[in-house]
Write a protein that binds this ligand. Structure first.
Ligand code: ADP
Ligand code: ZN
Length: 286
């Protein structure tokens, strides 16, 4: 019997069949609309390929991934219109009652995929995956297990030390203003500099500010969960030289305290799986 994966993204969704080792046999990409319609499209596509033995779902958040949560399998309060409380697992359970379902966050799934064959942290058990796009978040693999907690980690929502000269920027997080996401996500960059991140050239002052915030995020995460490697992905991470900039500030700020930072020139590195990380991670969850 086949395994299935679903990657639910804020703008697009991917459904695939493949192996529990993460290899995709066939996939379908389509725009994310309402929860009901988006899940129905996945169900319909999978049905034509037979009943899956297991389905791994990698979802944008916040989402109730703990079976102990009263809203397990549903989206939690999200700014994405129409998605608060949206059912994710129920439509799959109704269509495929015998399939084993596994739900996790998109960033945890990406961390898992990058820690497997072909990934930037292949064979490593202690990995953090940070994504910088419309939002900013991180997935955490520790001792080979994904971290969940009561809800799931929301690494974009702590307050970092302000970058020199950036003290006046109020930040864009609707909840906290100047949390990490409020200061360093794609929309934060656009608000601060009046241009989308993709249009800011290498050498622009924006990239020093960006590297500062990411370096402090990596330092905080390293201090708390002691990863072997930190992968920094997402649209904004494509800026030329960003990983090197983060590493320079990180090494200075960490002051030689964490051996894995100084020993590994790739401690902060880009992802290797690109667009495939989420769906590969979903299959690995299955
Ligand atoms: P989403 O989080 O919606 O999936 P992405 O991960 O693609 O989106 O991130 C979108 C952000 O990435 C935008 O702020 C965009 O300006 C920025 N971006 C896209 N390409 C680049 C690039 N080459 N360099 C810097 N920033 C980029
Ligand atoms: Zn916040």
């Amino acid at each position: 019997m086949t395994h299935a994966g679903i990657e639910l993204g804020g703008t697009k969704t991917v459904v695939a069949i493949g192996t529990p080792e993460g290899d995709v046999t066939e996939e379908h990409r389509y725009p994310t609309t309402t929860p009901e319609e988006t899940m129905a499209t996945a169900v319909e596509w999978l049905r034509k390929r037979g009943e899956p033995a297991a389905i791994g779902i990698a979802s944008f958040g916040p989402v109730a991934i703990s079976p102990a949560h009263p809203d397990y399998g549903h989206m939690l309060d999200t700014p994405k219109p129409g998605w608060s409380g949206g059912p994710i697992l129920a439509p799959l359970a109704a269509a495929f009652p015998d399939a084993k379902l596994a739900l996790d966050t998109d960033v945890n799934a990406a961390a898992l995929a990058e820690a497997h064959e072909g990934g930037a942290a292949a064979g490593m058990d202690d990995v953090v995956y940070i994504t910088i796009g419309t939002g900013l978040g991180a997935g955490i693999l520790t001792g080979g297990r994904l971290v969940h907690g009561v809800m799931h980690p929301e690494c974009g929502h702590f307050k970092p030390v302000r970058a020199p000269g950036d003290e006046a920027f109020p930040g864009v997080c609707p909840f906290h203003g100047d949390c990490l996401e409020g200061l360093a996500s794609g929309p934060a960059i656009e608000k601060r500099w009046g241009k989308p991140a993709a249009e800011l050239p290498p050498g622009h002052a924006a990239w020093d500010v960006q590297a500062w915030y990411l370096a402090h995020a990596v330092l905080a995460l390293t201090a708390v969960v002691s990863p072997r490697r930190v992968i920094v992905g997402g649209g904004v991470s494509q800026a030329e030289g960003l990983h090197g900039g983060i590493t320079r500030i990180l090494r200075k700020t960490a002051a030689g305290y964490f051996p894995q930072i100084d020993a590994d020139p790739e401690f902060v590195c880009p992802p290797k799986l690109g667009q495939q990380a989420g769906i590969r991670g979903a299959l690995l969850l299955s």
